[in-house]
Structures are given as C-alpha cells and as structure tokens.
Design a protein around this ligand. Structure first.
Ligand code: OGA
Ligand code: MN
Length: 291
C-alpha cells in the first residue's frame, strides 16, 4: 500500500497517511515519503506512537544520524536521540529556572537545527510522547518561499549581491539572545563558529533558501551590525504568517522537517504541564563550503 500525501499549504507542509513507521516498509514506500518530505519541507504522521528503536530505524533510512550535544542527550536512552523534555530523570516537571529548561529556551527562537555545527544536519524527526493540552506548538516557516519572494534591496545591496555571502553561525551567540551566558569555558572552547553560505541550495530539489535563523550571527566581511540587520530582515521575511505552518501536537504524532528548507521554533506552554518529545537528527555529509 502506498502512503498518501496531502498538502497542507500548497507545496509547503503535508500530512502523510497510510503508513506505519513502526513497521518495516518497502524501499518504494520510503521513496514516496522521501520525495514528499523534499517537496514539502515538513511532513506530519499521526498516531504513530514511535518508540526509540523505530525512530532510529526510520531516521537511518535517510542516512547516518548526527550525534547531539551532550546537553541535548539529557535523560537520553540512546545517545543519538535528542531529548526535548521538561521532565527530569526523576519523573518530575523541571523548575523554570532549571539549567536544562533555560538551555531549551533556545528552541523558542526561529532556527535551523545544527547550523552552528561545521557539518549541519539535514532532516530532523520529532516524535511526541507527552504534550501539553494547549500551547507547545512547533511552527515551521517556508524558507524556500522566502528566497523566491524576497526581492530586496537591503539598503544599497541588491538581491543578486547576496548570492555569495558567507555568514558565521554560533550557538554561543544564539543562546546569549534568550538563555544568557550559559556555557562553561570548556563547552565554549569545544564549539567552533563555522562559516555557512547565506544561500543554501538543496541538493535533491535544487531549491534555494536564505540559511538564516537564530544561530546565524553575522556576515563575514560586513560591519557586524549591518550583517545582523540583514539576518533579521531575511529571517523576518521568512516567517511572515502566510508562510508558517503551526503544528498542534497530539501524543503519537511524528513530524519530519528538512533543515535545508524550513526554519522552525517551539512555542511556550504552561510550565507545569508535561512535554516529552524525542528527536532523531540525520547528519549532513560534509561542510557546505570548501575548506
Ligand atoms: C527541535 C525543536 C521545538 C519544539 O526539536 O529541534 O526546535 O517545539 N523543537 O520542541
Ligand atoms: Mn530545533
């Protein structure tokens, strides 16, 4: 049986049904899913109740998994799974001033996962276990439409002059915007500040995006504030409401998104409500720029 693909917003976001991600499915079924994710940037699967083994197996159909930061493995069962949970190992909801809760606030800013790593990831797959009754949505913005529709200019700079710009990405920078100066000297020393192209081209679809979001700090070779203003302009254009899909979670949902095509962010919720999500992240196959 072939999976059904129903678009939610034209060529952006889809619901894929008639597939059981807990079962092994054929290469043909996988190709239908892979193509649908590439075409839509985000895809939703309902009622999957995906356990970690099946989450890992599904992710590995796309390629080898990325290893999360040690902080993201919090409570982790499998070191390759990123935990997005406000529930501690002892089963209790964390205090809002818990160190991990403060670290996770970074997800409230629009971003592309792991753009601050020298080899950024491709797909992220998030499985919902426990969700708050209201709030806690995840929002996705179509960065492909942003590239296609933003016409510039930015000040004196025309759109076509942005094509070869290079930006510095940093999680120390992005977390400083919302969580404060949270990293130890040891952690800071371990982070690099990779250079990423401002325009990222999707290798399977050929579509381009402005590769911005919270980790994107500034433009190499431009005055710092001018570069930050450009990043704000492009991120702001990307997230205009008609280009945003807001996912209201139900337990059992699985959402996959392509970090080469969309920006995303989490929304706040009642901090006394429980929210437990497990993420598998597919590794990129190399740096985006030549050394
Ligand atoms: C993520 C993320 C937001 C959320 O899993 O990468 O940013 O809503 N999640 O939990
Ligand atoms: Mn994220």
């Amino acid at each position: 049986m072939a999976p059904n693909v129903n678009s939610l917003m034209g060529d952006f976001a889809a619901v894929i049904s008639n597939v059981d991600l807990n079962a092994t499915f054929s290469n043909h079924e996988f190709e239908v899913i892979h193509n649908a994710v590439d075409a839509h940037g985000v895809a939703v699967f309902r009622d999957q109740f995906l356990e970690d083994d099946a989450l890992v197996a599904f992710a590995e159909r796309f390629g080898p998994m990325e290893t999360p930061l040690a902080r993201d493995q919090y409570g982790g069962i499998d070191k390759r799974i990123t935990m997005l949970a406000n529930v501690s190992d002892n089963g209790q909801v964390m205090a809002v001033d818990d160190e991990h809760a403060i670290f996770m606030k970074g997800n409230l800013l629009w971003h592309s996962d792991s753009s601050y790593k020298p080899v950024p990831c491709t797909y992220s797959i998030l499985a919902a276990h426990e969700v708050p009754a209201s709030g806690g949505e995840t929002e996705f913005a179509d960065a492909r439409a942003c590239y296609d529709d933003w016409q510039g200019p930015f000040g004196e700079t025309e759109k076509d002059e942005l094509e070869d710009l290079v930006c510095e990405h940093s999680i120390i920078y992005s977390r400083s915007l919302i969580s404060g100066d949270i990293f130890s000297d040891e952690e800071k020393a371990a982070f690099s500040t990779p250079r990423q192209p401002l325009v990222r081209v999707h290798p399977r679809t050929g579509r381009k995006v402005y590769y911005v979001g919270s980790h994107c700090s500034h433009v190499i070779g431009w005055p710092l504030e001018k570069g930050r203003a450009l990043v704000r302009e492009l991120t702001g254009f990307c997230i205009r409401p008609e280009c945003v899909y807001s996912h209201k979670w139900h337990p059992g949902d699985v959402v996959i998104w392509d970090n080469r095509s969309v920006l995303h962010r989490g929304r706040t919720y009642d901090p006394t409500a429980r929210r437990i999500m497990h993420r598998a992240t597919v590794a990129g196959d190399g740096p985006l720029l030549p050394a």
